[in-house]
Every structure is written in C-alpha cells, then in structure tokens.
Design a protein around this ligand. Structure first.
Ligand code: PSV
Ligand code: MN
Length: 426
C-alpha cells in the first residue's frame, strides 16, 4: 500500500493553524536569540535515517516471539513499509538490508520499487552470527575469528557476496557486526582470535571498491557472555586503522556497558576521522533495542551535541551513515519507528540550538554553571514545531503518528497481508 500526498495534506489541514501559532512563537523567540531558523529547518529536512529491513516485523525476546499482525512477509513489502514511514516523516529516506534475510530476487524490480518510494539503499549488513541452511561450516565457535581456516574463508566469502549484492543496489558501505567471542574463561586464545579477525577483515577490505566504506561495529557482550572479540570502540578503531582509510568504527548506542560516556567516544572518533556509522536505539540495562529517546533522551541530546560539533568542525570525518537499530516486541513496529525518528530529530534540533560560540567562551572562563545553562537551555526548548515545519515543507505529515492512525494504515496492511504474515529477520 502507498499513502498519497493528498491524504496527508487533508490530515495536515486539521492542525495547520495550531502548528502555525506554535511555529511563529518559537521562530520569533529563536530569531531574537540570533538563530537562523530557516537554516535549522533545512538541516532537519536534510537529515535522513536508514531503516533496517529487520525492524519492520516484531522482534523476539530471548524466550519467544509474538508476531505483529500484517507484518511484511517479503522484501517488497518491507520496502513498502519504509515508503510509508518516509511519506509520513520525510526522515526515513533509506533502507539497510541484512543479508541473507533479505536477498533481492529481481534487482531491477527492487530498485524501481525503492525509487518509486523515494528510497535509497544504505549500508548492507552481513550475517555470520547465524548458521545458514546448507552452509558447509558452522559459526558456533566464531566466524572471522574462528580457529579453522575453512570457517574463516566461508565467513570472508559471505561478506564479499554481501558487498556484491550491495553494489547491484547502489549501496556504498558494508557493516560488519561479529558475534564472535567466548562463553567461558580459557575457551579461546584472545590474541589468536584478534589476529584472525584482523586478517579476515583485511581480506574483505581488499575487495572494496574505492567509493565504498567498511563499518566495524563493536559490542561488549552478547551473545557471548565471557569475551567478545570486538568488544569496544578501541578494538574497532584499531581494526579499522589496520584495514585502511576506507574502514571506520560504527557506534551502536546499545553496545556499551552501563554509564559509558558515549558522547566522549563519538567526539574522539570524529576527531580522528573514524566515525563511519551510527545505530540508534535506547536501553536501560544492556542492548535492549528500545525506542530511541524512550529512556535516556538527555544522553541522546549530549551525543548529538558532539555529533553536531564534529560535523561542523571535523572535515576529516566523513558524513556518518545513520540507522535505527531497534526491535519491537510489544508495539506496532511502524509506530515505534516513527517515535524513534521523532526522538532523533528532536535531539538533533536541540543540539543545533546550542550557542557554540557562547559555550566556548564560558568554557574559556571556566564558568561551569553557564556551560551547563547553555546546554540545558537548548535541551529544554520544545523544538517540535521546527520538526513539523520541516515535514510540512516536504509534504510530510504534521503528526506522522496521528496520521498513521487516522488513515488506519495498520488495518489496511492487515487486510492486504493477513493477520499471520511473518517478517524474516530476528
Ligand atoms: C547486533 O546487536 C546488531 O546491533 C547489529 O547491528 C546487527 O546487524 C543487528 O543488531 C541485528 O541483529
Ligand atoms: Mn547495531
């Protein structure tokens, strides 16, 4: 199914004057403070976040999976879902495929469908954390780090195949996340595992076209609970440097131990020109994959402060690839993704309000109180009218969530796909 502009516009009409009042008030206030409001709205419009193909269905818990009615059962339907998200939010202009969960059959048809939905293909993701049907070797004891050369070769070849799929779709990057590690002390030799991983990554890296990038994701634990080969940003950074200039670290917000200062990691990586990609989600305990901004919105804002600073001051760092990496066990995945997109845009907008010059001066004078005031003044501003204006100017919905509900999108999807369709993925 597809939502057309007219449906969105007639929904917008209902709240247009409330929006205008809110926007005019905020715009006047910010303009008086010396802010270029049009520029901020434009920056928000330009900010696009990829939706992963595995996020459109219901995710599982460690103990079970409860499917959500009307889930997309094919890649085509997943693209349609991202198309709906993008039509409403104008923020989800890309899809990120996970291989082998979503291998296209007819590449031209898939590309046409994506472009009809105004979508591009973002990073492709390999999967050596699950055994594939009919695969000769098993990843039970690791993939790129495995003691066995045959297993490593299979895992390297899989990544090369994923790059080839991505090339046919117009993707420009490969994201590698490894589940490799050990469950018990003594099970593995840390040094051999790291050396094997580095060599395998180099083999993959060597096949990359000049305009491609390799993103190396890290995570401290899970699915292994004693050690993980690429456990932290430092290990990823070291491996990226060993591979070469097209290799970068990817930060996934959920992949940190509690209370880690993620904004400082972002800042360091951008200074070194090595922050390649970013996975958004939120968490309370571990890699919870909760809706972005649902638990720690202030931390997200502080991270965006560093991202904005880096984008403005670190030309050595490429523009990062943004993606939501969340899972939805009890909410409608589409609604959850809209909430995540809104939270991302909100944190970004608030970070754009920070008066960087004033902050620099306050830091210079060691006026710690003022530094905090500057950040919190920006954080406490209700920026939602700016987000609405960005969507409105691009023919998106003033309120994506309400429009989705008022247009009964999920009900139509259930009618089309049936109640029991199941999405491939986690
Ligand atoms: C692993 O936890 C991860 O963050 C990686 O990005 C995977 O590709 C994704 O989640 C889905 O398993
Ligand atoms: Mn991730």
């Amino acid at each position: 199914m597809r939502i057309d502009k007219e449906q969105i516009q007639s929904e917008n009409q209902k709240n247009r004057s409330t929006h205008n009042d809110g926007f005019d008030f905020l715009s006047n206030t910010l303009t008086k403070k010396g802010l270029d409001v049009d520029k901020v709205v434009k920056q928000l419009s330009d900010f696009q976040v990829a939706i992963p193909s595995w996020a459109l269905g219901a995710g599982g818990t460690r103990f079970g999976r409860f499917s959500f009615y009307g889930e997309p059962a094919s890649l085509e339907q997943k693209i349609e879902d991202v198309g709906i998200l993008h039509a409403l939010t104008k923020t989800a202009g890309a899809i990120s495929l996970h291989i082998p969960w979503d291998i296209p059959e007819d590449y031209n048809a898939i590309k046409e469908l994506a472009s009809a939905n105004d979508l591009i293909f973002d990073a492709v993701n390999s999967n050596t954390f699950q055994d594939q049907k009919d695969a000769k070797e098993s990843y039970r004891f690791g993939s790129l780090s495995n003691r066995s050369k045959a297993v490593r070769d299979q895992a390297v070849q899989h990544n090369i195949d994923v790059i080839k799929i991505g090339e046919k779709l117009g993707s420009k990057s490969l994201t590698v996340w490894l589940a490799d590690g050990s469950n018990f002390p003594g099970q593995d030799n840390f040094q051999s595992a790291l050396i094997n991983t580095e060599n395998s990554l180099k083999e993959i890296y060597d096949t990359l076209a000049d305009d491609w990038k390799l993103f190396i994701e890290y995570k401290p634990y899970e699915p292994n609970f004693y050690s993980t080969v690429i456990q932290d940003w430092g290990t990823s950074f070291m491996l990226a440097n060993a591979c070469g200039e097209k290799a970068y670290t990817l930060v996934d917000l959920g992949h940190h131990l509690p209370n880690t200062n993620i904004e400082q990691i972002v800042s360091t990586l951008m200074l070194k020109g090595k922050l390649g990609g970013f996975h958004f989600n939120d968490s309370k305990y571990g890699d919870d994959d909760s809706t972005v901004g649902s638990v720690k919105p202030y931390a997200l804002f502080l991270i965006f402060n560093e991202l904005v600073y880096g984008m403005q001051n670190n030309p050595q760092n490429p523009y990062p690839a943004w993606m939501i990496d969340a899972s939805h066990n009890i909410k409608d995945p589409m609604e959850d993704l809209m909430q995540s997109l809104e939270a991302i845009q909100e944190a970004y907008a608030k970070a754009l309000l920070i008066d960087q010059e004033q902050l620099k001066m306050a830091q210079q004078e060691n006026d710690v109180t003022l530094c905090q005031e500057i950040l919190q003044n920006a954080y406490r501003t209700d920026v939602r009218p700016l987000l609405e204006r960005a969507r409105l100017e691009n023919s998106g919905a003033l309120s994506p969530l309400n429009t989705y509900r008022n247009l009964k999108v999920r009900e139509s999807l259930i009618k089309e796909r049936g109640k029991n369709s199941i999405a491939t993925g986690l």
